[in-house]
Design a protein around this ligand. Sequence first.
Ligand SMILES: Nc1ncnc2c1ncn2[C@@H]1O[C@H](COP(=O)(O)OP(=O)(O)OP(=O)(O)O)[C@@H](O)[C@H]1O
Ligand SMILES: [Mg+2]
Length: 165
Amino acid sequence: MSVDLALLGRREIETSDAMEQLGFRIGERLEAGDLLILTGPLGAGKTTFTRGLAEGLGVRGPVQSPTFVIARTHPSLVGRAPLVHVDAYRLGSGAELDDLDLDLARSVVVIEWGRGMAEELAETWWDIELERPVGGDGDLDPSELDADAPRHVTITRGGRSAITG
Ligand SMILES: Nc1ncnc2c1ncn2[C@@H]1O[C@H](COP(=O)(O)OP(=O)(O)OP(=O)(O)O)[C@@H](O)[C@H]1O
Ligand SMILES: [Mg+2]
């Protein structure tokens, strides 16, 4: 786990390119066993972030919203860990997540919509929260979701025990 602690905290990310770059910087330093839990509303940028992360990690793309597939494995192109990209949106419980038998020890696992379920999978994880600042009153025109607009990203270290590393 050699992620730069300077990445922790809250920052504003102005564009989808910048979101990919943030993911890239994190992906470059991840290793097998790392778990990331991504939280944020529809269109917040979770998959965009994951796309950059996948590039930084050096896995085969494309990273897409897994609409019909709950978990997709992206093998490494560079002899590092594979990426397992999970969309937990339609999962009802931590037990269903557990049923996927994710090979956490040998993969980097990114779980969109995983908060409240994925914490059981590991002792420690990276909690990544993405927010769309106001204007986001819920009835945003879907076509506006693609246009570059700022997001707030808060990265914290999560852990089940009091001491996290
Ligand atoms: N600052 C930004 N950061 C990230 N994405 C942005 C930004 N500004 C605009 N976008 C756009 O917002 C959309 C984010 O979509 P994305 O699929 O990454 O969201 P998501 O959080 O994975 O949504 P879902 O909950 O449906 O899986 C993209 O179309 C992207 O181009
Ligand atoms: Mg997504």
